[in-house]
Design a protein around this ligand. Structure first.
Ligand SMILES: Cc1cc2nc3c(=O)[nH]c(=O)nc-3n(C[C@H](O)[C@H](O)[C@H](O)COP(=O)(O)OP(=O)(O)OC[C@H]3O[C@@H](n4cnc5c(N)ncnc54)[C@H](O)[C@@H]3O)c2cc1C
Length: 455
């Protein structure tokens, strides 16, 4: 008899798990309390990239300004954008992708249940439908893929309703003239890049001493410097002690007494699992701020319950969630796969783009490894100069003894695409000499990697 598996949550952790389970012959259903496709499709990766694409078009047009014929009459400026149309374009992108995902589930004949699931006993969930009705379902195995929600640290927590977060920012009724972004992580920076490009005055406030926590300092310096040239102001290592919120102006008071003011505040200071009411205590399954603990097979302390994606706090990236979902599905059906965090590409889709994989120098040294780095700047790369995009570099991290590639950091150009070549190098434990064997097409941005290999 086939195994009965229930998947809770239809984000990039849950839906690939359900597809894989079906493929492997399980009797599978997926429960979703909100929009099919989860945070990634509806309020995360996809809408933010639709916004960034709009911003990038404005940015690219700015680059053309110097080439216009005098008196040509073109007088474009970012404030000519229609905010309603920008939002509508993002909604259209989401609808297209969500519809095709829903059709895929119909075609595969996977049962999709619209409701909120909670564990009500071992091997049982209770689903509460939007009209209040409930239904119990039994399972042999369950995959919890319930994701995370934006978190509001104090003192922002007290003003939750009056401030924007990464869900609400997509639907702001009116484009603010100024925006203070709390949090200099990937989410904060991508929004900073977009809103700056479309003419909003943007400041970024970060509690830690630098942006992009854990990223190589060469990378963060390059990103900060590029953003600053475009007018984004950073306040790093600053703690907020007080907030004053009126309908037109929001004021943040910092520990050092300085005050920052903006028409709108976006709190992008991390995300946390919201598992209250999910019946985890029924299973004696605990969780903390990071999420539900799992082993590398994605199994919780209750062997038949797996937890994948943001909810386990391991990686908070859509592609990690998807891989974990597939691993959990395989393991439920007798497989023995583990999640390898070391080859997860980490990307920032702003400009300059950032792609990094494996270890940076500090991370390698913290593990007791002796490493050397090699870096080539885009300033000397033909394709970069021709495109007028000379910001950034390619940096590789090698072990000192046999020059195995341990990691890479790319800034600028199509860094989020190129990083996959280097992820392969890390995965296959390639050496510097192996990468030198490739022939790098000319002129391409990949030549920066080639240059770095010869440093
Ligand atoms: C603005 C923004 C931009 C981002 N950009 C990127 C990016 O470019 N690249 C990237 O890799 N990551 C990005 N992320 C992160 C990415 O969105 C998440 O890592 C990813 O969505 C996690 O997938 P998940 O399946 O674990 O959870 P989610 O996508 O959050 O899905 C969880 C689903 O579970 C449902 N659910 C919760 N509880 C229940 C319940 N009790 N019953 C039924 N359903 C339930 C929720 O409604 C939700 O739909 C971004 C995030 C944000 C906020």
């Amino acid at each position: 008899m086939s195994k009965k598996v229930i998947v809770i949550g239809s984000g990039p952790g849950g839906y690939p798990a359900a597809l894989r389970l079906k493929e492997l012959g399980a009797e599978v259903c997926i429960v979703e309390a909100w929009d099919f496709g989860g945070t990634c499709l509806n309020r995360g990766c996809i809408p933010s990239k639709a916004f960034l694409d709009t911003g990038h078009r404005v940015h690219a047009f700015e680059g053309l300004r110097g080439l216009l014929r005098e008196g040509s009459g073109v007088n474009f400026s970012a404030d000519m954008l229609d905010w309603e149309k920008v939002k509508a374009r993002r909604a259209d992108v989401i609808l297209k992708l969500r519809t095709s995902l829903e059709k895929l589930f119909q075609a595969k004949k996977i049962e999709v249940i619209r409701g909120k699931a909670a564990f009500s006993a071992h091997h049982e969930v209770t689903i509460t439908f939007p009209d209040g009705r409930t239904e119990k379902r039994e399972f042999d195995a369950a995959i919890l893929a319930a994701g995370t929600r934006p978190s509001f640290p104090p003192p922002f927590r007290d003003y939750h309703a009056e401030l924007a977060d990464s869900d609400r920012i997509f639907d702001l009724p009116k484009l603010p003239k100024s925006l203070l972004i709390v949090g200099g992580g990937v989410i904060g920076l991508e929004f900073a890049c977009f809103f700056n490009a479309i003419g909003v005055k943007v400041e970024v406030l970060e509690l830690l001493p630098d942006i992009l926590n854990g990223e190589d300092p060469q990378v963060t310096r390059a990103v900060r410097s590029s953003f600053e040239k475009r007018g984004v102001k950073f306040h790093l290592g600053k703690k907020t002690v007080k907030l004053d919120v009126t309908p037109d102006l929001k004021t943040v008071e910092l520990e050092d007494g300085a005050k920052l003011q903006a028409e709108e505040i976006l709190v992008g200071a991390g995300r946390a699992a919201d598992l209250a009411g999910m019946g985890l205590e029924t299973l004696s399954l605990g969780w903390d701020r990071r999420g539900v603990k799992v082993n590398d097979r994605m199994q919780t302390a209750v062997p038949e319950v797996y937890a994948v994606g943001d909810v386990n706090g391991i990686s908070l990236l859509a592609h990690s969630a998807s891989r974990q979902g597939e691993i959990a599905a395989d393991n439920i059906l007798g497989g023995d796969r583990a999640f390898d965090e070391s080859i997860v590409p980490k990307c920032v889709y702003a400009w300059p783009e950032v792609g990094s994989v494996g270890l940076n120098k500090a991370q390698a040294e913290a593990k007791g490894l002796t490493v050397k780095t090699a870096r080539a700047f885009h300033l000397g790369i033909g394709r970069a100069v021709a495109a007028g995009e000379t910001e950034g570099f390619a940096q590789l991290v090698f072990s000192i003894d046999d020059e195995t590639v341990l990691g890479a950091q790319l800034v600028g150009g199509p860094a989020t695409e190129l990083i996959h070549v280097l992820a392969l190098a890390v995965k296959l434990k390639l050496r510097r000499r192996d990468l030198k064997e490739l022939i790098y097409a000319h002129p391409t941005m990949a030549e920066a990697i080639h240059e770095a290999l010869h440093k």
